[in-house]
Every structure is written in C-alpha cells, then in structure tokens.
Design a protein around this ligand. Sequence first.
Ligand code: TMO
Length: 318
Amino acid sequence: MKQVSKTILAAVTAVCLLLSATGVTRAADSTSPIVIPIHNWSSQVVMAYVIGGIFESIGNNVEYVSADSQAVYESIRNGDVTISHEVWQSTFGKSFYNAMAKGGVIDAGTHEATTLEEMGVPTWVVEKGLCPGLPNWEALKDCHANFTTPDSGGKGRWLEGPQSWHGDLMPERLAALGLSDKWVVKFAGGADALWAELASAKKEGRGTVIFNWTPNFTDADGFTFIEFPEYFEGCRKADGGDGKCGSPKGWLKKAANYKFPKTHPRAYTAFSQLSFTTEQIGQMAALVDIDKMDHKEAGTKWLADNENVWKPWIEAGM
Ligand code: TMO
C-alpha cells in the first residue's frame, strides 16, 4: 500500500513537472462519458462516430444515444446529451435558440459548409422537360400532372422527409403559395425512402419532387433545388409570417451543454475547433448511401483516411 502511494506520488509529481515545464496547467477531462446523439440521416450518424472517435483518441469515454432531432436541444440543455454536431439552420435553428434562451445550451461554432434543405428534383427531370420553367417555383403551377402517384389523388406529389424534421412546414408552404389544389405533401417514413424514390423514378423515367439537402451524397449526381420566394426571418407560418417563402441558405452549427467546456476541456477544445466542409460531409453520407457501409465502419474509415484533417484539432487541446 505504502509502495503504491509512493509510486502514484512520483507519477503525479512527474506530470506536474512536465506541465510546469511547458507553462501549461490544464485540467484533465472528466471520465464521465460524452453523450453524442444519433439521428436519422446518414451524414449525422457517420459524423457522430467520427467525432466520437476523435474524443476516444484523446482518452475520453463516449456514449451514443438515439434522439429525436428536435427534442435533442432540450436534452442538451438539461445535460442528458452533451453535444449536437449538425445543427441545420432551416430545420433546427428555432429549437436550438429556444433551448439556448432557457439557459444551458451554448453555440460551439459553425462548420465551413453552408446548407440548404429544400424541395427539389433530380436534374434529369429538368432536362427531360417534365416541368418547364424549373427551378423557378412558379413552374409548379402548370406541371403537376407529370408528378402524380397512386396515393396523390390526381395531384402532383411532394415527397417530404419524416414529419419529425420540420412538421407542417411544407403543407403550409403549398397552401400559402396557392398550390394546394395541384400538389399534395406525403411524408416519407425515413431518409431511405427518399433515396429509393430517386432510384425508382429514374428507372421508370417519371417525374418526382422530393425533400433533400446539401451537403449530401446527392451533390455529386445532380440535384436541382426549387427556387421559392426568398427566405427572411419570420416569414414562416410557425414564426408568425404568411408562409410564402423557401428555406434559408443557412448555416450548420455545433451545440453543447454549457458545462462541457468545464468538465471536458480537451474534448471541448477539439469540438470547438472542428469544422467540416461540404465535400467532407457529402463523403460521410456517400460511404453509407452509395457504398452501403455500416455507419460506424464508415466513421472509422473516414478517420483513417483523413488524419491530416482532424489531428490538428486535438493538438489544439493538448
Ligand atoms: C436535417 N436534414 C439534413 C435531414 O434536413
């Protein structure tokens, strides 16, 4: 026992000497796990494992939890979840700032990638002339007949993402723009249903309008977002506006529980430094949606292929 405590004392002394030699006295990170949320689109899940792997590389403990992508900001606020690494302005900006206003959520910086989350068509639909005048939204007044589906009651169909992403935004927009008698919104069960629709529409050569976003793996194969009247703050029905606007060309932020910098200073420093580009986020999605890798394996592969990208972020926290 005596020998053990002597050894520990010697080790602690050595570490202290080392730290004072470099002029830095940095608190060690807590061993309590950093809780990372898992949502339901590919880049977010792969990036969860990428960031978890970065934290593990500096000795942190990490835990992954499935979480609703709107409710997660309240979970971060109350400390059940530690971070959010893909806060998309259009879909989640409001929930993020609502939680921040209650106290407990901090803005941990912005990714280099800018974002758009919007209805659109595969570019071959435009080229085939299935809706002349696209990408201008007013083209939708005359082409709905090329976009009907068995479940659309003779109207053109907008295939929206899961309703958990942004509620009734799209049905409200159709109504506000006077398009409800020609178009109807159907919600996909998950992101995979959007990609299955892209593939089957292409095979059948029929028109399709789906919700999509950038950065995504579809950036590479040509996807045309519809251009609606420009977004401005407050234009949406949910924000008290008339609803006649498209989505913002937005930011992609990182959020954290307010205690994270204090409990895990090294991990927080790395998290605040990290920033992904449009191309990198597209790659993360493509590893799953094109290469059909498992999300966790995709994260491991991305880390192995991109050490030059992420190593500098952990060095910042040493
Ligand atoms: C949040 N998302 C990227 C699916 O629009």
